[in-house]
Design a protein around this ligand. Structure first.
Ligand code: FES
Length: 150
């Protein structure tokens, strides 16, 4: 591997940052799970978001090439402390530039961009469900009308 990768990729590959899982069921955790159809690599990236809307914790697990592992490791460091809007704006081109990825490995960094976007979307969906008003039970008159028409 060392022959083909930049030293920054090797550093993240050999010492990946923020590897692990966050409890998927926690209301303040968003999970992004994405795959690259071309190569079959899979990346899971999770964020924990504070009440202030800032990402306080990030974890990842990647089954894939060295560039994908390095991209996800870098992404976890990059977005920690960011707002969701800022994190959603991190582009794969920035990751590829930082890690000096060759063009043939651009899709590996795209996986990390897709993963953070997916995690943000999952968190926002969860939050919307939590804050949505509960569906009111059918009113007594509606129930009575149903009974009349039945
Ligand atoms: Fe598929 Fe890198 S070769 S993500």
């Amino acid at each position: 591997m060392k022959r083909n990768y930049h030293e920054k990729v090797i550093d993240h590959y050999e010492n990946p940052r923020n590897v692990g899982n966050l409890p998927k069921g926690d209301f303040d955790v968003g999970t992004g799970l994405v795959g690259a159809p071309a190569c079959g690599d899979v990346m899971k990236l999770q964020i924990r978001v504070g009440e202030d809307g800032v990402i306080s914790e990030v974890k990842f697990k990647t089954f894939g090439c060295g560039s994908a592992i390095a991209s996800s490791s870098y992404m976890t460091e990059r977005v920690k402390g960011m707002t969701l809007e800022q994190a959603g704006a991190v582009k794969n081109t920035e990751i590829a530039k930082e890690l000096c990825l060759p063009p043939v490995k651009l899709h590996c960094s795209l996986l990390a961009e897709d993963a953070i976007k997916s995690a943000i979307k999952d968190y926002q969906t969860k939050r919307a469900k939590r804050t949505a008003p509960a569906t009111p039970p059918p009113s007594a008159s509606a129930t009575a009308q149903t009974a009349v028409h039945a």
